[in-house]
Design a protein. Structure first.
Lengths: 235, 336
């Protein structure tokens, strides 16, 4: 998986917490408008990887580049301003604000009311604009957060387990939504649900104990013996 | 015109605290018609304390970060005014204006310096509260210890009365309306700002600062701007208080005042803005009533009152009424 002109590239990235090596010497390149998926068992280092990309955690070694920018040198808000948006593993919206206000905050000064309504419609919350975000269901909160990430007009969208806690119908809707994003924005999804990963037909990276053990199309990945061993717990 | 009126009424209906703010403003505007000059001077001082309480609510109520050192900024404003007026030989026609600038500037500068290091240093929550508490202790020690400038324990007497552009504010009626004008300007200015995009962003930061950062906001800078604005408001209240009462004392830069202002805001409900003003008047009225029976009963009464508030109305009475109104409207909307 090596696109000709990577938009986002990680070179030999490692992250240690004391003596524990959460991410080890990871090198990945994400091309413009690619749909990518990072999979791996719990504790594989997937969320740590996203945390380092969006500046929530500093890297211990290695470099992360976005176009000409060295993300290691930038703070969270600067990384966001470059066009890297993030949906957290635990749904993270502003519960004191309404759905509309959450989207307004996410857009900064960029969007008109029409565009906000269109965004709300994209995430199927157009009829709930005046509802407090604290009153949304888990699935609606996940979608609102995705809507907020999209509201920033991102070049890269990082989604940490977007289907966690969703019903089968909501999961299917999320898959279809992500497929629609292909070709419009670079998407990096962390996911556990293999059916979902198969469904979105993304380029896939498999992490295990912080290391990349396989990359490629999902069909190749699912036939990879090493990956099967890891997922079946034989390794 | 009709459209404007409709838009205004819709906005007011959405924010009941704005309606309460208008009602309180009207009461304060007509108050001088019903009280004598002495009482009016007392109400003027309460209005200055209400500005001080509002300044705390702008920061604490809207960012969720409690400053336990806000009396520092009130006191700096007061001492800035007093020291400028007493120790410097400034033309009497401009001494008040220079004093106001010195007081507000001093409060803003200290807030900027302290705020920069602690907010950009990532100090939040209880740690911020402790640092600001320490700030008041330090400021109080300086006010008491640097007696050649501050007058020490006795403070400074003889602060020149307020004269701005040749207009004297010695008359209680005039000084009352000046303070009220400042209060209403700050109140409605704060309501407008906090109900707008900036207020939304501060609420978002209060909810989840990391999330706000990942949406591209420089949260430390926004918090610093709010902190300095809040300190400047407190400084102006202190400067006006010193000029209108003619003295400053270390009490104005002490921990007790920092605690009292928290109680005023908590009584009215933090984050409501108008609640800070109502809280100041309610606590002041209670203090007058209780002290008239027994002067030493007041500290026990205020402590018990505060505990009762925390237990039964943790967000304050104004927030309780706002919440009831919101639920009522939601219920009505649901029935329609």
């Amino acid at each position: 998986m090596t696109p000709l002109i990577p938009l986002l590239s990680l070179q030999s990235v490692s992250r240690r917490f004391g003596s524990f090596q959460a991410v080890k010497d990871v090198t990945i390149e994400f091309g413009p408008d690619d749909l990518n998926c990072i999979i791996g068992p719990n504790g594989a280092g997937k969320s740590t990887l996203l945390n380092m990309i969006c500046g929530t955690l500093p890297v211990s070694s290695g470099s992360i580049r976005f176009g000409d920018h060295d993300l290691n040198r930038l703070s969270r808000h600067q990384i966001a301003a470059l066009g890297i948006a993030r949906k957290f593993q635990v749904p993270s919206v502003f519960p004191s604000l309404t759905v509309h206000e959450n989207l307004v905050v996410a857009t900064g000064n960029r969007e008109t009311q029409e565009r906000l309504f269109a965004l709300a419609k994209t995430v199927q919350l157009e009829s709930m604009l005046d509802v407090s975000a604290s009153e949304l269901s888990h699935g609606q909160t996940q979608w609102l957060e995705i809507g907020m990430a999209l509201a920033t007009n991102p070049k890269v969208l990082l989604l940490d387990e977007p289907t966690a806690g969703l019903s089968p119908d909501e999961t299917q809707a999320t898959a279809s939504f992500l497929r629609e994003l292909r070709g419009k924005v670079t998407v990096v999804v962390i996911e556990h649900d293999m059916a979902f990963v198969r469904d979105i037909r993304a380029k896939t990276v498999v992490l295990h104990y912080g290391e990349i053990i396989a990359t490629g199309a999902f069909d190749d990945i699912q036939n990879n013996d090493l990956v099967r061993d890891v997922y079946l717990g034989r390794r | 015109m009709i459209d404007f009126a409709q838009t205004l009424s819709r906005r007011i209906a959405r924010r009941p605290s704005t309606l309460v703010a208008i009602a309180v403003s009207l009461v304060l505007l007509v108050l001088p018609a019903f009280v004598n000059a002495y009482a009016l001077s007392s109400y003027r001082d309460v209005i200055l304390f209400a500005i001080f309480a509002l300044s705390l609510d702008v920061f604490w109520g809207k960012t969720g970060i409690l400053s336990f050192g806000h009396a520092t900024f009130f006191g700096l404003g007061a001492y800035g005014m007093a020291v400028t007026g007493i120790h410097f030989d400034i033309d009497p026609s401009i001494v008040s204006l220079v004093g106001l600038l010195a007081g507000v500037g001093l409060a803003a500068l200290v807030a900027l310096l302290v705020g920069y290091f602690i907010l950009f240093g990532g100090v939040r929550g209880a740690y911020f509260t402790i640092v600001t508490l320490a700030l008041t202790l330090i400021a109080n020690h300086i006010a008491v210890g640097w007696s050649s400038v501050t007058g020490g324990d006795s403070g400074l007497i003889g602060v020149p009365p307020l004269v701005i552009f040749g207009l004297s504010f010695v008359d209680p009626f005039r000084s009352y309306y000046l303070c009220l004008a400042v209060l209403l300007a700050f109140l409605f200015g704060s309501i407008a700002i906090m109900n707008g995009r900036f207020g939304l962003i501060l609420t978002a930061i209060q909810d989840d600062e990391t999330k706000a950062q990942t949406l591209g906001y420089r949260t430390s800078l926004l918090l610093l701007v709010t902190f300095v604005a809040s300190a400047s408001m407190a400084g102006l209240a202190g400067a006006l208080y010193a000029a209108m009462n003619g003295f400053v004392a270390p009490d104005m830069i002490a921990l007790l005042l920092s605690t009292e202002v928290i109680i005023w805001v908590a009584v009215g409900g933090s984050g409501t803005l108008i609640g800070a003003i109502i809280g100041t008047f309610v606590v002041w009225w209670l203090q007058q009533e209780i002290s008239s029976f027994n002067a030493s009963a007041w500290p026990i009464a205020i402590g018990s009152f505060f505990i009762a508030l925390v237990l039964f109305f943790p967000n304050g009475p104004v927030a309780l009424v706002s919440e009831k109104l919101r639920r009522f409207r939601q219920k009505e909307g649901g029935q329609q």
